[in-house]
Design a protein around this ligand. Structure first.
Ligand SMILES: [Zn+2]
Ligand SMILES: [Zn+2]
Ligand SMILES: [Zn+2]
Length: 347
């Protein structure tokens, strides 16, 4: 548990003035302003244990409450009973995007609205009424990752789509609207600005230094060990140098891989165990905080494959964004990533 009575040793020794830091990929500025009077409280919206919900549309036996599944991963019952499933992917009943629309030409600026066209699907991660990824066995987490990969491949075949993301909203403060464990997938006909900034930064780094900025960053973090949370043979988890919020975590492959959907099955299991372990450490450090995670993978065209590198970003929602963040995009973070990584390693 991370609290004022148990400060990470790094910070207790090196109290310092606010510091500007710049994200090495996007160039985004943050302020690391460690103020001992403003230690993060345990989550403002801790994810509480559920009492279950007899009307939950995502529970086993309620399959008729969702639109028909676009993908079902069956359980191990040899008869294949109708309710015997391990994971289902269904279209979002209240989609942010419509399945039909006009094409958008790259580089074009639209002055009048057009139909928001794309894919918006829900991954129901278990037939049981659970809330947290850490309540699943790591093998089931691997199946969740496989479902992301399978759907990304389907979206890539849609000639109108340019990229896709997977994300999870865990806890009401992270935007969760239904507590049964699930995540969401969205495919877009354009490149959203956050991804565009990463792609531009990665391309500029390659032009300047001739390599992949994420590979470079992974190598540095493993060498320095200061912001490293955990590592396996093929992956690492770090608190990024220019963390926007307390306890921000990135998980990425150590070797260059542009596309999450190309990750091999044996590595998917290794990643699932690491992700599970990192989320457990986060939950223990901050008393089950609300959080979002997002999977960023290369757009469907091949032009960024040599300099873009897929990754997970885990964003705990323990700080409210205020005027400065909304007005400038400059985040003020009151916990240094070095201290956060130290706390997570000890959890
Ligand atoms: Zn449920
Ligand atoms: Zn790379
Ligand atoms: Zn990213």
């Amino acid at each position: 548990m991370y609290s004022s009575t148990n400060p990470p040793s790094l910070e207790s020794n090196t109290r310092s003035a606010p510091e500007f830091r710049q994200d090495p990929v996007t160039g985004q500025w943050v302020v690391i302003a460690v103020d001992r009077a403003q230690r993060p409280q345990a989550s403002i919206d801790a994810v509480a244990d559920s009492n279950g919900d007899p009307n939950c549309p995502f529970c086993r036996g309620q399959e008729h409450e969702t639109p028909p599944a676009v993908a079902v991963y069956p359980g191990d019952c040899p008869q294949g009973l109708p309710h015997d499933w391990q994971l289902r992917v269904v279209p979002n009943l209240y989609p942010a995007l419509s399945r039909h629309g006009d094409p958008i030409t790259a580089g074009e600026t639209r002055e009048s609205p057009i139909l928001a066209h794309g894919w918006h699907e829900v991954v129901i991660e278990s037939p049981d009424h659970l809330q947290r990824l850490t309540e699943l066995p790591p093998d089931q987490v691997a199946l969740v990752l496989q479902a992301y990969q399978d759907r990304f491949r389907v979206y890539a075949e849609d000639p109108m789509m340019r990229c896709a993301i997977a994300f999870k909203n865990c806890g009401r403060d992270a935007g969760m609207s239904l507590e049964h464990i699930h995540s969401q997938l969205v495919a877009f006909p354009f490149i959203p600005s956050v991804l565009a900034a990463e792609l531009a930064g990665a391309e500029a780094f390659q032009a300047r230094s001739g390599g992949c900025v994420y590979c470079h960053l992974a190598e540095n973090e493993i060498r320095q060990q200061v912001r490293l949370v955990q590592q396996t043979d093929h992956f690492l988890a770090i608190c990024p140098y220019a963390s926007r919020v307390p306890f921000e975590i990135w998980v990425l492959p150590r070797d260059h891989q542009a596309r999450f959907e190309r990750l091999a099955a044996n590595l998917r299991h290794e990643l699932a165990h690491l992700l599970w372990d990192v989320l457990r450490r986060l939950e223990e450090s901050l008393a089950h905080p609300a959080y979002n995670y997002v999977v960023h993978t290369c757009p469907f065209d091949t032009r960024s494959e040599d300099h873009y590198h897929w990754h997970f970003e885990i964003i705990p929602r323990i700080a409210h964004l205020a005027g400065l963040e909304w007005g400038t995009g400059v985040y003020v973070n009151i916990v240094s990533p070095e201290a956060a990584a130290h706390a997570l390693r000890s959890a």
